[in-house]
Design a protein around this ligand. Sequence first.
Ligand SMILES: O=C(O)C(=O)[C@@H](O)CO
Ligand SMILES: [Mg+2]
Length: 269
Amino acid sequence: MPRFAANLSLMYTEVPFLERFALAAADGFEGVEYLFPYEYDPGVLARHLEEHALEQVLFNAPPGDWAAGERGLAALPGRAEEFRAGIRLALDYAAVLQAPRIHVMAGIPQDSDDLDHCRDVYLDNLAWAASEAAQQDVDIMIEPINQHDMPGYFLSLQDEALSVCEALNLPNLKVQFDTYHCQMSEGNVATRLQAGLPRIGHIQIAGVPGRHEPDIGELNYPFLFAAMDALGYIGWVGCEYRPRAETRAGLGWLRQEEARASRTSGSAA
Ligand SMILES: O=C(O)C(=O)[C@@H](O)CO
Ligand SMILES: [Mg+2]
């Protein structure tokens, strides 16, 4: 069975952010991820992780001016200095939180931007970020995000993410494969997982449509979890979904997955 991490930006929103660590641990999660830690002192976050025996699995680098609609800087011309300052800050947090990976968002280029130039900027910035991150054993993640939810986002297809990783060929630059975005953009999720796996460093899940629990909907998660096992994926799976109601009440899918995994390991014994 994959190791599941609770995404504390989307789950447990029935309580304030710092209280979500305790609820996630009580529900059996051993890891957490969230979008942005920067409004909190990293020491406070580290204490919450320690108190609840949780691993910090992933968080995002600063995305630019989120409130103004920015969604990352990595592919945006003329923003390299701000990009680098953001990566340095994220790495400072990663050191305190002992986080092994950081998601670096590409951004939404302006209509006037030349997309070939944006790709060059993206490759330069990612190469710089990966080299800085390598010094503290951190992986840099890039994630294709669907155009319905984030119109104009620079990176939306799995093959594009793989081609960026292949072009740079750096051991700590990896793909964050979000099955929700993949299904929304292009489908063929299991095949794309298999094709991407050597370069996939993190997986995220949600039901489609609606981005709720991975239970009902277009994606057959019991099949996909078994496929992850069969493909030898040993990384984390982030639960990046918005619960339909109370978070705990929607965890039936996880209990079913635990039962599937224990049946499988029982039959293998
Ligand atoms: O939206 C997603 O999916 C993510 O993983 C975030 O990190 C970016 O918004
Ligand atoms: Mg995601």
